[in-house]
Design a protein around this ligand. Sequence first.
Ligand SMILES: CC(C)(COP(=O)(O)OP(=O)(O)OC[C@H]1O[C@@H](n2cnc3c(N)ncnc32)[C@H](O)[C@@H]1OP(=O)(O)O)[C@@H](O)C(=O)NCCC(=O)NCCS
Length: 198
Amino acid sequence: MEFFLLFEGLVDASNSGSLTLETMQNVALETMSDGLVTIRAPVPSDIPLIIAARDDEHRRWLGPGSNHPGPSTCVVVEGETVGWVDYDHDREHDWLNGDEVNLGYFIFPGHRGKGFAARAVELLLAHLAAATPYRTASALIDSQNVRSLAVARRCGFELVGKLEGGKLYFRRYLSWGSADLLQSDAAAKQRRTKKTRG
Ligand SMILES: CC(C)(COP(=O)(O)OP(=O)(O)OC[C@H]1O[C@@H](n2cnc3c(N)ncnc32)[C@H](O)[C@@H]1OP(=O)(O)O)[C@@H](O)C(=O)NCCC(=O)NCCS
């Protein structure tokens, strides 16, 4: 029953507009949590934290980073911003199919190795499945980036092959199955509404 109500909440969220792949912009994200890890839209106070947290790992795998970072979501644990997960459908990413987005993620150095990245990616996939027309998520990962490879494996991405430049190309199809982790504000509202009605 619980799952059914969560699912209903997500359906409401997905029906809130008439998005198609042609009209798609990044959809405003409602706060989503799995009980430990929360993802939410960035707020201005996240920006200096994101910039200050960049370390050698960031520079090695993600480059120097922008002075105006604007990830789709920030990752929050116990009220503290601990990183970001992002997706895009940039035209310059010519390997992306029409219904496909490219994922990126960064967990601040002091918070790594606790499973936060994988949990945050699962939440983002649930958002994409429920509230956007995208149906495929992909990640390009350097074969030496063992932590990121482990995140992709843990989240059920499959290796498709190697792209020019040598990066490994992973893909995961999105389905409603991603929704079972989700405790969204919409779902909570839905549950409250049901209780009132009942
Ligand atoms: C990649 C990154 C986001 C992973 O974040 P994280 O929250 O530490 O990830 P997790 O805690 O879920 O751990 C991921 C895996 O790495 C493993 N791991 C943790 N510390 C490790 C270490 N020092 N060496 C090797 N593996 C390690 C974990 O055991 C886990 O593997 P498992 O799922 O098999 O148990 C983080 O390391 C990071 O921000 N790196 C720099 C940016 C980056 O590389 N982004 C990805 C670009 S493609």
